[in-house]
Design a protein around this ligand. Structure first.
Ligand code: HEM
Length: 223
């Protein structure tokens, strides 16, 4: 189990898991099980898959800092790109299937609905990140690459805002609030003082656990 989460196993898990939502959409479409409104179902599912994968990618750095889990850094880019891929499918579903490429109507909806404005802003900010995610671009842009990739700190709250704004009552449907909480924590963990404190706490916990294990080799509950 430890090995699975340490290296190639984690990578395999990420690739398999990331393709799963698309495979399920295709399978449900093939057996006519995409609800009475298949376009809405595809929008919902691709939107959710995108959010989950983007948040997982965003969680990799704090997980590495707090838990010392190095393997997550090797899947961070893949998670981000899969997340962006689903966002692309999500937007394509909206533009092509839902609005039949009617650009005038799309422009009207984009300026009228706040949740669409937030979604477009999130997508627009993620676009340069996805395009410059390769090592080649990292080398070419040098320090500027880091600056470009800081756009994610704006894109993630906007993606969550998009979800929050399209829900009529957050009390009746609190899921977006949960995502807002998770993204807020992940953002807070990037503030240097918070990161340092969390890292110190993690080291103290590890030392305490090691000491307990050394004192009680059989079981931590043995008296
Ligand atoms: C990174 C960018 C984006 C993410 C992460 C995202 C995510 C989501 C999520 C999580 C949902 C709600 C799913 C649910 O109901 O459970 C959703 C719904 C939706 N999104 Fe996005 N979205 C993004 C960008 C966009 C853009 C750019 C557009 C349009 C141009 C858009 C249009 C919609 C629409 C029309 C819905 C469905 C609203 C309804 O249920 O009637 N999204 N999106």
């Amino acid at each position: 189990m430890r090995k699975l989460f340490a290296s190639n196993g984690l990578r395999a898990l990420v690739h398999l898991g990331a393709w799963l939502p698309l495979a399920l959409i295709i399978a449900d479409y093939a057996r006519d099980a995409l609800t009475a409104n298949p376009i809405q179902a595809i929008l919902t599912r691709t939107g959710k898959a995108s959010l989950v994968l983007l948040v997982l990618s965003f969680a990799c750095t704090p997980l590495h800092t707090l838990l010392g889990w190095h393997a997550v850094l090797r899947v961070r880019r893949a998670l981000g790109l899969y997340g962006f891929g689903y966002a692309l499918l999500h937007v394509a579903t909206f533009v092509v299937l839902d609005y039949g490429l009617d650009l005038e109507l799309i422009a009207q909806v984009v300026v009228e609905k706040y949740y669409i404005i937030a979604g477009v802003a999130a997508f627009g900010l993620l676009l340069p990140l996805a395009l410059t995610s390769t090592r080649g671009w990292q080398r070419r842009l040098k320090q500027r690459w880091r600056v470009v990739h800081r756009l994610v700190y704006l894109a993630m709250p906007l993606a969550v805002l998009h979800f929050m704004l399209l829900v009529k009552s957050l009390l009746g449907h609190p899921e977006p609030l949960v995502w807002a909480g998770v993204v807020s924590i992940l953002l807070a963990l990037r503030i240097p003082i918070v990161r340092r404190r969390a890292s110190q706490l993690q080291h103290r916990l590890r030392r305490a656990l090691r000491r307990t294990a050394a004192l009680e080799p059989g079981s931590v509950f043995r008296s």
